[in-house]
Design a protein around this ligand. Structure first.
Ligand code: FA5
Length: 336
């Protein structure tokens, strides 16, 4: 019997040293010390022993019981201090009540990417930090143009700048793909500007370019209308084309659309004009095509620079451009 007790003690202490959870610890306690536990059974069977034997076995049994109890208590404390590995897993996982959604600008950007990819355009993102050459010189912006001014541009200490327009990627794209090509460049742009209902100093643009043989203004207008009516889901979208000057296009245009926020009546967002400037565009200036290594005798092309932030505002009826950058998910989450 003594031998049996020593064996139970040894095995139990061994098992206890390996235990990793409070549940497993309790199992061992019940198995050994519980009502029907191995040690309890041994002690019960002592009633059949002689007085002498009871004395001897009782001593060994008491020592073993104490050792096991102490080992169980010590292990319990250790596991509880660790948080108990069972406790660690004892969480009820539930799905969040509110499901996240894409930011309205991201949604519009993805939608336009799909529309243009469907028409065979490449999607290129370019960099947000660019050189003065990329942002201005390569796209025919004269040295003394006011856009290069400190007031409009966020210059970096190393002479580079935060791109003020996605047009900064025009020449890179021409060099990358070579003529003929079709590409769009969506991305963030930055301007050191006074903020109001429709102007922010960080906003999104989407540049588009198509270079091929015999490209005309008619092609340009077709793509612009196609883009706006698909994104805004309106067949008879009212647009107007005005002459516009941009050094990198000739001729250049401003394509305005009827303000969807006020239905053309005039509001703060459209500065009471009823129209919102949405899509400056034009035929790519030969100087820019040449900078991109394109044969201007053979190829011509159009380019446009869509105000993505403003388009998202029109699509989702957002009156204040600041709401787009506010990170207020209560407001942004309501936009469907
Ligand atoms: C440009 O940036 C030209 N690069 C666009 C272009 C590309 C013309 C290719 C011709 C050919 P503009 O400065 O007008 O143009 O800006 C283009 C659009 O960006 C505007 O119509 C407007 O929708 C949006 N935008 C300009 N400034 C801001 C601003 N501060 N906040 C929000 N959107 C702006």
């Amino acid at each position: 019997m003594v031998e049996k007790i020593n064996q139970i003690e040894k095995e139990t202490l061994d098992e206890l040293s390996k235990v990793k959870s409070l549940d497993a610890l309790e199992e061992i306690r019940v198995k050994v010390m519980g009502k029907k536990g191995s040690m309890t059974e041994i002690l019960k069977s002592m009633k059949d022993l002689s007085v002498e034997e009871k004395k001897e076995v009782g001593k060994v049994a008491n020592i073993a019981k104490t050792k096991i109890s102490e080992a169980i208590d010590a292990k319990k404390e250790e596991l509880e201090n660790q948080g108990g590995s069972d406790k660690f897993f004892d969480y009820t996982y539930t799905l969040p009540e509110k499901v996240g959604t894409y930011h309205p600008i991201t949604k519009v950007q993805q939608e336009i990417e799909e529309i243009f990819q469907g028409m065979g355009f490449m999607v290129d993102y370019g960099n947000e930090v660019v050189t003065e050459f990329e942002n201005f010189t390569s796209v025919n912006v004269p040295e003394d143009h006011p856009a290069r001014d400190m007031q409009d541009t966020f210059w970096l200490d190393n002479g580079e700048l935060l791109r003020t327009q996605t047009s900064a990627q025009q020449v890179n794209v021409m060099k990358k793909y070579g003529a003929p090509f079709k590409a769009i460049v969506p991305g963030r742009t930055f301007r050191n500007e006074k903020v109001d209902a429709s102007h922010e100093n960080t906003f999104f643009q989407l540049e588009g370019m198509l270079v091929d043989e015999k490209v005309s203004v008619a092609n340009l207008i077709y793509f612009m209308r196609e883009l706006l009516s698909k994104v805004l889901d309106e067949k008879d979208l009212e647009v107007r084309l005005r002459p516009g000057f941009f050094p990198f296009v000739e001729p250049g245009f401003e394509l305005d659309m009827k303000c969807k926020l006020c239905g053309g009546k005039g509001c703060r967002t459209c500065k009471n004009s009823g129209w919102i400037e949405m899509l400056p565009c034009g035929m790519i200036h030969p100087n820019v095509l040449k900078a991109g290594g394109i044969d201007t005798e053979k190829y011509s092309g159009f380019a446009f620079g869509l105000g993505l932030t403003r388009l998202a505002m029109m699509k989702y009826g957002i009156k204040e451009i600041r709401e787009m950058n506010s990170m207020d998910i209560r407001k942004l989450g309501q936009i469907r």
